[in-house]
Design a protein around this ligand. Structure first.
Ligand SMILES: Nc1nc2c(ncn2[C@@H]2O[C@H](COP(=O)(O)OP(=O)(O)OP(=O)(O)O)[C@@H](O)[C@H]2O)c(=O)[nH]1
Ligand SMILES: [Mg+2]
Ligand SMILES: [Zn+2]
Length: 296
């Protein structure tokens, strides 16, 4: 049996890159997976049988080290959360949602601000300042002028990464800048809005020349945080973690409780108000779902 990595999956076909020769096999899943409603996703490590002529059958899906559900991709180590400085505008609540998803999946996180050619350099650098203070790694790039592309290339080297971000922020354009040979399709924003379509349609894992792989993904800007629990939510905000357990009440959820150390930190400016407000919004969404599940 050969082993490889699923680089793309659609309509029942799985494109598997062979570990040894690097060739791409068009594979089907062995029937028993379908009965168990199990399927392979990009990034999955699989064992497959070579049927000749570039065709194969996946016999085994190996255990996943990490799993990101939006975009759906397995075994990535790092997520490049991408926003544009302008067109479309940076949406901070969405950024916080992306960060929570990545924290929950226990991935290394990089926040990448693209299209900095569209605003003043100084303005761009201020846009992610808060996130740098929290400790997140940031990159300022322009796929157009190539500013920051060398740093991005270095960040991607020898790792398996995934790009995540809304449609039109320039994920595919950035990858083309990192490695011009990729020739990924990019699309005008006005066109995306008019037709309501994304330019990138499928998750695809690409091989980087300098080592490493990276997944280009279709943009999305909707999340449901409902798979999270209200108890775990504070742990997904790194600036809150140190204070958890110090509040007056052991079961403090940092909302309306008196003697809440987290709220105190918001008042004295140690925790940003915008982050805390988003925390409360997400908390209420999750609590709403938990209430429905309990039936009262
Ligand atoms: N001015 C400027 N425009 C850019 C930059 N990067 C990308 N664009 C433009 O933004 C538009 C969208 O870029 P794409 O790379 O298709 O965006 P995407 O994030 O891959 O979008 P989806 O595939 O739909 O998720 C294209 O018209 C690009 O030319 C940049 O750094 N500066
Ligand atoms: Mg794209
Ligand atoms: Zn509290």
């Amino acid at each position: 049996m050969k082993t490889g990595i699923v680089i793309k999956a659609y309509s029942g076909f799985y494109y598997v890159k062979d570990d040894e020769q690097g060739g791409i096999y068009e594979c089907r899943l062995r029937g028993r997976f379908k009965k168990k409603k199990k399927r392979a996703i990009p990034g999955d490590r699989v064992g497959f049988q070579d049927l000749g002529s570039g065709l194969g059958v996946i016999e085994e899906i190996f255990e996943r080290k990490t799993l990101l559900t939006r975009p759906t991709v397995a075994n990535v180590e790092q997520v490049i959360i991408t926003f544009a400085a302008k067109d479309p505008d940076l949406h901070y609540k969405l950024l916080d949602q992306f960060l929570i998803m990545a924290e929950a999946a226990k991935l290394q996180i990089v926040i990448c601000l693209n299209k900095i050619d569209l605003v003043d350099e100084e303005v761009a650098r201020k846009m992610l300042k808060l996130y740098e203070e929290i400790g997140y790694k940031t990159l300022y790039c322009s796929a157009k002028t190539k500013v920051g592309i060398e740093d991005l290339r270095e960040t991607l080297k020898d790792k398996i990464s995934v790009f995540a971000g809304a449609s039109g922020v320039g994920k595919s354009a950035l990858l083309n800048a990192v490695q011009p040979g990729l020739k990924l399709a990019t699309g005008e924003i006005s066109e995306k809005i008019r037709r309501g379509t994304h330019t990138t349609r499928h998750v695809e894992l690409l091989q980087l020349k300098d080592g490493g792989m990276v997944a280009d993904t279709p943009g999305f800007s909707f999340f449901d945080l409902e798979f999270l629990s209200s108890e775990e939510l504070p742990y997904l905000f790194p600036e809150m973690v140190d204070y958890i357990g110090q509040c007056r009440f052991q079961d403090c959820i940092h909302d309306h409780e008196p003697g809440c150390v987290i709220k105190e930190m918001v008042e004295n400016g140690k925790i940003a108000k915008s982050r805390y407000e988003n925390y409360v919004t997400f908390l209420h969404e999750i609590q709403e779902k938990e209430k429905q599940e309990r039936g009262y």
